[in-house]
Design a protein around this ligand. Structure first.
Ligand SMILES: Nc1ncnc2c1ncn2[C@@H]1O[C@H](COP(=O)(O)OP(=O)(O)OP(=O)(O)O)[C@@H](O)[C@H]1O
Length: 238
């Protein structure tokens, strides 16, 4: 059974058809990257999956369950989690306190401290645990945000341009984090422009164009597809 499936998903904003009959399927245990030119409808599709927009028509299934009518918090309770591009961290609190806020209601105190230590190691933020989150570098803030998104161990993680603004080294380290999460069983859907990252992590790539699924396949198939090169990859330094 797929972890996530959209069937005939449509979204209109007035006369603008932004999501056009999208059938997307993520198998459990898959890392799937969503690419496409600016304005292709990637963010809108993300918001539909998360429940921040209601579709004009179509169905969304999580683990086989129809979640189309559920609110975002109900989807999160069913094991979905998201990291947006703009960090939603509390700058005046320490790195550790940010993770505590995300996790405090879900663990006993002793287990909480242990889980946070493990997570800080995973995020390469152990040395920064006591620092104000506002003092972290841009890449570290993104990692803290990923930490908050994975702190409750979702089965489906949505990442919106996780490596935006990162150096190549930080991008690679982020890819390794995604690979480790995936090795532990997490299914991941990432909107991403950085083709090195896509090549590093993706089992499958979907190209969106004008709100539609334009092409789908492995990264090698996508890079070899001249139709994709014509609309997108020329701009993306594949
Ligand atoms: N709330 C809205 N109301 C009206 N139009 C919208 C709304 N949200 C998005 N759009 C339009 O839908 C189209 C797709 O936008 P979307 O942000 O989903 O694309 P994208 O692929 O994520 O682009 P980018 O890579 O630039 O973020 C754009 O033309 C945008 O102007």
């Amino acid at each position: 059974m797929p972890m996530l499936e959209t069937r005939g998903l449509n979204k209109h904003f007035g006369g603008l058809h932004v999501t056009d009959n999208v059938d997307l399927r993520l198998e459990a245990g898959e890392v799937h990257c969503l690419i496409g030119p600016n304005g292709a409808g990637k963010s809108t599709l993300f918001r539909l999956i998360l429940g921040e927009h209601a579709p004009s028509s179509g169905t969304i299934l999580l683990g086989g369950e129809d979640i189309t009518g559920l609110k975002p918090f109900q989807r999160i309770r069913r094991g979905m989690s998201v990291k947006f591009q703009v960090p939603g961290i509390f700058k005046a609190l320490s790195v550790r306190q940010n993770l505590e806020i995300a996790m405090q209601h879900h663990f006993e105190p002793a287990a909480l401290a242990r889980e946070i230590d493990r997570l800080l190691d995973f995020l390469k933020l152990a040395a920064e645990a006591g620092q104000h989150a506002g003092n972290l570098s841009h890449g570290q803030k993104q990692w803290l945000e990923i930490g908050m998104a994975i702190s409750l161990k979702p089965r489906l993680l949505l990442l919106d341009e996780p490596t935006a603004g990162m150096s190549p080294e930080e991008t690679h380290a982020t890819g390794e984090m995604v690979q480790r999460l995936n090795a532990d069983g997490m299914t991941v859907l990432a909107v991403e422009h950085d083709m090195a990252f896509v090549r590093q992590v993706a089992h499958k790539v979907t190209v969106l164009h004008l709100g539609q699924v334009f092409a789908q396949g492995s990264i090698d198939e996508i890079v070899a597809d001249e139709r994709v090169a014509a609309i997108y990859l020329g701009q993306a330094h594949a």
